[in-house]
Write a protein that binds this ligand. Structure first.
Ligand code: CAA
Length: 672
């Protein structure tokens, strides 16, 4: 498997247009779910579901209508949008409906002969350049597509349940696939909210090797423990234990099939546990529930489960089946692991990993073991991906599960990438952008905040630590340009405003929602905008005191955003051009006090019709005033860090942060 040209697939340039007519073969569970994802993301396409049984098609279409109704009822989708999703959606039992399809997705039963017959039928009915993909979870592309006349247009695109919501799709890089096909698929998936992971063509690819062997190992452990005990111990690593998931997915036959395939190709140690043949439903515990497990027994189960996980992880990397950062994010987002296996190895430490793997090798001879030093398996970046566009380093924030929200590790990684390239004469500068098309960055990770509540010192120090990257940008010798591909909120906007120029796609927005959380934006938003764009001071007052949203066009008019772009390609091209234009012409933030217009009246403060905390509005106003009066930038920033610490000790912060995490509207009526 070769590395894709770009780690951020949206940087790939592709000639092929998006699909217009897609056919999904197989109206079971995953086929229609894939169809629903595609229709939601690209409502203008025609989508036809094919199956041998009309009842399956009727049930699938009813299910998709149900998804759309639910989305409207929950306010996730507007009624006209739901109508557009359901329009152009049809079902058929006749392969003649394939006519005109420019993409056929096969999601039929896991049977090589059957799938090959389907592909022969498909190829006879669609144009020679129509894309053909299979959703197989185990059968290598080289076998599936061996008999195709035009194999270059075919590959495996492996989705995970529920496919309309689970972001992960493995895109299999097999030798005969056209590079342009892989680039088109990766780009299309990334542009439509998915996380495509490029994976080698081994049986079960990357993530199902982990999942199948995790489940198979759990079943082998039944010689020593009950399913409920194994699931209890496994919950240290996954949100739902393996037996609970097998019940959900009626998954025993799948594991038997996939592990039989791995055993046939790679050795008897992969043979499926015989108990799969005699049990249909496991007696186990729901996620979050536990049964009694003795300490020694729990340790033995845990060693075996970590053993299989780490053994698979090193094997996948040693054989080039997947990339290290993709393995970790894929295990978390597709399979529900709390941490990726490489992260858990790093946290366990080399001595513990070696102990666990030695024990595993003794109990499960034949299973793969590390072939290199353990450190060699760790990715250099986990939360960002790094590309080169000409002489510019493009850093993409990649935490799609949290709209690219910043946490300590992510800011450290951005800083490390910048430091690594800063002295390189071949690098002109940097562009920062966000994964996907929804968010540049949704701010600081709110999940971290509860631990800071009530401790002004710790909260202020947290803000200071987070700001290390931003302070570095202030002094960076090479230009750093923020390319806003979507929302820049809170700390995300604070990051962007410290870059030396901002460019934005037209749909991008900027907002400081902290006041709605009962806190202040402590990383510079109460300081930097007033010193960089003093003429827009009244606008920043509104953003801070009422969480007013600023559109890219408004920000452009105010001179905050230097350039606007219609597409992501244009955004990056303009950002790269800005880097070149700024070379040798740094834009430092002013180091002197600034004058301010009057601060809005806190008692009357509302945002989106909701009452805000008057105490927080007043606290923000005071910090803005004090920071504006500070003689140096460093002093002004310190005002912001302290004000963040102070805000973390208010009742409003407790309420605002709890409300966000509990997914409800904050009620500042009683907090002051
Ligand atoms: N921190 C952690 N997780 C975040 C996040 C953040 N800042 N922003 C979004 N997410 C998570 C959501 O919790 C959600 O996770 P789950 O799927 O596990 O529930 C996921 O990202 C997707 O978000 P939503 O489902 O909420 O997406 P949406 O389209 O319905 O709403 C949104 C989008 C309006 C941006 C909403 O996510 C939101 O309000 N996010 C918080 C934005 C914010 O307040 N940012 C400021 C943070 S504070 C800060 O930055 C302070 C500082 O200076 C120190």
């Amino acid at each position: 498997m070769s590395a894709p040209a770009f780690a951020n697939p949206l940087l790939e340039s592709v000639d092929r247009p998006p699909p217009r007519r897609v056919a999904v073969i197989g109206a079971g569970t995953i086929g229609p779910d894939i169809g629903y994802y595609l229709k939601s993301a690209l409502p203008e396409i025609e989508l036809v579901l094919l199956d041998l049984r009309q009842e399956a098609i009727d049930a699938a279409l009813a299910r998709l209508r149900g998804y759309a109704d639910k989305a409207v009822a929950k306010g996730k989708m507007k009624a006209p949008d739901a109508q557009a999703v359901l329009a152009g959606l049809a079902g058929s039992t006749d392969y003649a409906a394939l006519a005109g399809a420019d993409w056929v997705i096969e999601a039929a039963t896991e049977d090589l002969a059957l799938k090959r017959r389907i592909f022969a039928d498909v190829e006879a009915r669609v144009a020679a350049d129509a894309v053909i993909t299979s959703n197989t979870s185990s059968l290598p592309a080289a076998r599936l597509f061996a008999q195709l006349k035009h194999p270059g247009r075919a590959t495996v695109t492996h989705f995970f349940a529920p496919a309309w919501r689970n972001p992960v799709v493995e895109v299999i890089d097999w030798p005969r696939a056209d590079r342009a096909l892989l680039a088109w698929l990766r780009r299309l998936f990334a542009a439509t909210g998915k996380l495509p992971l490029t994976t080698g063509d081994a049986p079960c690819f990357m993530l199902d090797r982990v999942f199948d062997n995790w489940c198979n190992e759990a079943a082998h452990l039944l010689a020593h423990a009950s399913a409920a005990q194994v699931d209890t111990v496994a919950q240290a690593h996954v949100h739902a234990g393996p037996f609970f998931v097998l019940n959900l997915a009626h998954g025993n036959p799948i594991i038997v099939e996939t592990n039989t395939l791995q055993a046939a190709e790679e050795g008897a140690h992969y043979t499926p546990a015989t108990i799969f043949g005699s049990v249909e439903r496991w007696l186990t515990v729901a996620p979050g529930k536990r049964v009694e497990v003795g300490a020694a027994q729990a340790a033995a189960i845990d060693d075996r489960l970590r053993g299989v996980l780490w053994s698979q992880a090193v094997d996948i990397l040693d054989r080039g089946i997947g990339h290290s950062a993709d393995l970790d994010i894929g295990c978390r987002l597709a399979l529900g692991f709390k941490q990726g296996p490489l992260q858990s190895m790093r946290e366990a430490g080399d001595a513990e990993v070696t102990r666990v793997l030695q024990r595993f090798a003794a109990e499960r001879p034949g299973m793969p073991l590390p072939r290199r030093a353990l450190a060699a398996y760790q990715p250099s970046e986990r939360h960002v991906v790094v590309d080169r566009v000409d002489d510019v380093v493009v850093i993409t924030l990649r935490r799609p599960e949290a709209l690219n929200a910043l946490h300590d590790e992510m800011t450290d990684e951005i800083l490390a990438v910048i430091r690594r390239h800063e002295a390189d004469a071949q690098v002109a500068g940097f562009v920062l952008t966000g994964w996907g098309s929804k968010a540049f960055c949704a701010g600081a990770d709110i999940g971290r905040f509860p631990s800071l509540l009530g401790d002004a010192g710790a909260a202020a120090q947290y803000a200071r630590d987070c700001a290390r990257l931003l302070v570095h940008l202030d002094r960076c010798a090479k230009p750093v340009v923020a390319a806003l591909n979507g929302m820049a909120l809170g700390g995300g906007f604070e990051l962007a405003m410290r870059c030396h120029a901002l460019v934005a796609q037209r749909h991008a927005t900027m907002q400081l929602p902290e006041i709605t959380l009962g806190i202040v934006p402590g990383l510079g938003a109460m300081v930097v905008p007033y010193r960089r764009w003093p003429a827009a001071a009244a606008v920043f007052h509104g953003m801070l005191a009422r969480a007013d949203r600023l559109s890219a066009a408004q920000a452009h008019e105010l001179g905050i955003v230097d350039d606007l772009a219609d597409t992501f390609e244009a955004l990056i091209a303009k950002a790269v051009a800005r880097v070149h234009a700024l070379a040798g012409r740094p834009r430092p933030v002013a180091d002197a006090a600034v004058a301010l217009p009057a601060w809005p009246d806190g008692a009357a403060a509302v945002s989106g019709g909701k009452r805000l905390s008057a105490q927080l509005v007043a606290l923000t106003g005071r910090a803005v005033r004090d920071a504006a009066a500070a003689r140096t930038l460093a002093d002004a920033l310190e005002v912001g860090y302290r004000a963040f610490g102070e805000s973390a000790c208010t009742a409003a912060a407790r309420e605002g942060i709890a409300a966000f995490l509990e997914r409800r509207a904050a009620d500042f009526g009683a907090t002051g």
